[in-house]
Design a protein around this ligand. Structure first.
Ligand code: CA
Length: 228
């Protein structure tokens, strides 16, 4: 059974989450404060955390930082804080996704499923990933669109690889810069990121207005949205 740790200081919300998640087949534990969340993460070994940011003891972002010192357990932030800054800080600290309060339980359940699929794919992962007419061969670093090879620059390939190996996940500008340009990147390079993403989209035949592959999360980053 999949274990979900709900970290929430408001009993009403925690109760509602327990009921909904329990009804959907998850085993649920509840931590009221950050310290308890860290303890339970170590002792109960949850498969996923649903984390409020405004906690009475340690701020939720600090909980993520401390957790990331030793654990890769997926963390979905559930918070009333809805500024881009807060989202980017949480994602850069190592959160996997972000859902705003008030939230629709359907949306939260969908994010949980997507997050869990990403961390433990059900089939042994194939080096060739298919997204409609796109075929991405991770071993050979080749991509085909409708059977014809696409010629990508090394940077475009690095971007595409970052996207397809993190499907559904909101990838922040900082994360992508570090991944593609390495530790030596500077935030000045973020306009290159925009340029390369635009080029990649063109080659993939993606439409910015109605994307099938790469969605822009304004001021925050990008998300590979193709859902097979
Ligand atoms: Ca709170």
């Amino acid at each position: 059974m999949t274990r979900i740790l709900v970290v929430e200081d408001e009993p009403q919300i925690a109760r509602a989450l327990r009921t909904s998640l329990g009804a959907n087949g998850y085993e649920v534990e509840w931590a009221r404060v950050g310290g308890e969340a860290l303890d339970l993460s170590a002792t109960w070994a949850p498969d996923c955390l649903i984390l409020d940011l405004g906690l009475p003891d340690i701020d939720g972002i600090e909980v993520i930082r401390r957790l990331r010192g030793w654990s890769e357990v997926p963390v979905i932030v559930l918070s009333v804080r809805d500024s881009r800054d807060d989202k980017v800080r949480a994602l850069d600290a190592g959160a996997d996704d972000y859902v705003n309060k008030p939230f629709a339980i359907d949306e939260l359940l969908a994010r949980i499923r997507a997050t869990l699929r990403r961390v433990r794919p059900s089939a042994p992962s194939s080096p060739v990933l298919c997204f409609g007419e796109l075929e991405v061969d991770l071993d050979r670093t080749q991509v085909r669109r409708g059977g014809s090879p696409l010629h990508l620059t090394p940077t475009e390939w690095a971007l595409l690889e970052a996207f397809v190996t993190n499907p559904g996940k909101l990838l922040t500008h900082q994360w992508m810069l570090r991944r593609v340009w390495g530790q030596g990147y500077t935030m000045d390079q973020s306009h290159y990121l925009r340029i390369y993403v635009r080029q990649l989209r063109q080659k993939l035949g993606d439409d910015v207005a109605e994307p099938r592959y790469v969605a822009t999360e304004r001021g925050m980053g990008y998300r590979w949205i193709y859902d097979a």
